[in-house]
Design a protein around this ligand. Structure first.
Ligand SMILES: [Cu+2]
Length: 391
């Protein structure tokens, strides 16, 4: 039995342009801050799960589990809740200011799923009450059988990343602070988030101390030829066209459903993936590079050194060594983001307003896929595990 304890709380998130925005989020501990997104819930197919929710917010809140079946509260299946004849929640909720509720279910299918508040979702989910669920296949083993959908499904991976997308209209968040009405039809986002962060914060490490309410980075890091599982979840109300530069991904599953029809492989390669509200996509990405082998780690003609610079003189992406080659001395005065000859490919929303922070480029839904020389990355990079709260 996996027991996941969540608290619904208010908090403040940071944006790279210096704003502090009020939000509602799930938290992993009574003394922990609300976080954006909520803590990932990582469970196993066939293993019973209990989610205990304590609600510290001033209105009822719930945990809605699209894609999970047989969810119960006590001995009864969850059901829509009404007040005065009006639907107020898709599922049973925890009452305001200290109420609790416990949901139990047994995930029957592996895959990527969302959890979110089913109570006033047009307000509460946009305010930040969402997170991701990863259901491991029954035969999953971190050391011997790392697959998304079980052995024999062609979904092996070496590293995995979970990226959850949403939007922020600060006027909604301000209206909630002031207790004023907000017209959802006037929804006008100014910030776009990957794992609750706007670029360039998306590229900062997990648990960066200056982002206490946004603990998860969104940078995909891998080595050549490794299979990288990238899980997408759309948690907002807009659709987001996302692509990595220079590469396709192979889509292996949508909404937690493996793209396989009997023995027939229905996975397909895509450049741009349109992630709609509530949708999930599982993709395998593998960087091989034209002409790349371990003996030939320079799969390209290195441009003239002067053409590697960006911005003013002395600012460059060049590490002083061939890409994916050996580490070299960085010339004096160079401020470099490229430490060991790694490649960076942008991964972003193709909708240009969404790669800004309140109109300022670059920002928003943008991160990097970073390919490091073989042997550089620690095996701990790109491993998803239950943060806490599991008993
Ligand atoms: Cu692009």
């Amino acid at each position: 039995m996996a027991v996941i304890n969540l608290w619904a709380k208010q908090g403040y998130m940071s944006t790279p342009d210096g704003q502090s925005i009020y939000f509602w989020g799930y938290s992993k501990g009574a003394a922990e801050p609300a976080q954006l997104p909520g803590p990932p819930i990582i469970v196993k197919q066939g293993e019973a799960v209990t989610i205990n929710l304590t609600n510290n917010l001033p209105e009822p809140v719930s945990v809605f589990l699209p894609g999970q079946t047989g969810v119960k509260v006590g001995s009864q299946f969850v059901k829509p809740q009404y007040s005065g004849g009006n639907l107020i929640s898709f599922v049973n909720y925890a009452s305001s200011n200290g109420g609790t509720v416990s949901y139990t279910f047994t995930p029957t299918r592996p895959g990527t799923y969302i959890y979110e508040s089913g109570t006033n979702p047009h307000k509460q989910v946009l305010l930040g009450l969402y997170g991701g669920i990863v259901v491991r296949p029954e035969d999953y083993d971190e050391n011997t059988s790392r697959t998304a959908y079980g052995s024999g499904t062609d979904t092996e991976f070496d590293r995995e990343y979970l990226i959850i997308f949403s939007e922020i209209d600060p006027s909604l968040h301000q209206a909630v602070i002031e207790g004023k009405p907000y017209m959802i039809s006037k929804h006008h986002p100014r910030y776009w988030t990957m794992n609750g962060r706007c670029a360039p914060d998306t590229m900062l490490p997990d648990n960066a101390p200056y982002l206490p309410s946004q603990p998860y980075g969104a940078m995909v890091m891998a080595e050549p030829t490794e299979k990288v599982l990238i899980r997408y979840i759309g948690a907002g109300i807009d659709s987001h066209p996302l692509h990595p530069h220079g590469n396709h991904t192979r889509i292996i599953a949508m909404d937690g459903r493996l793209l396989k029809n009997g023995a027939r492989d229905r996975s397909f390669k895509r450049f741009t993936v349109l992630v709609g509200p509530g949708q999930t996509y599982d993709q395998i990405f593998q960087w091989t590079g034209l002409g790349y082998t371990l003996d030939n780690p320079i799969p390209t003609i290195i441009p003239n050194r002067r053409n590697l610079g960006i911005g003013e003189a002395g600012w460059t992406m060049w590490s002083g060594s061939p890409y994916l080659g050996e580490k070299g001395e960085i010339p004096e005065g160079v401020v470099s983001f490229n430490e060991v000859g790694e490649y960076h490919f942008m991964l972003h929303s193709h909708s240009e307003p969404k790669i800004t922070n309140w109109g300022a480029f670059p920002g928003g839904m943008m991160t990097m896929i970073s390919i490091y020389p073989t042997g550089f990355l620690s095996p701990d990079v790109g491993v998803l595990s239950q943060p806490v709260g599991k008993e």
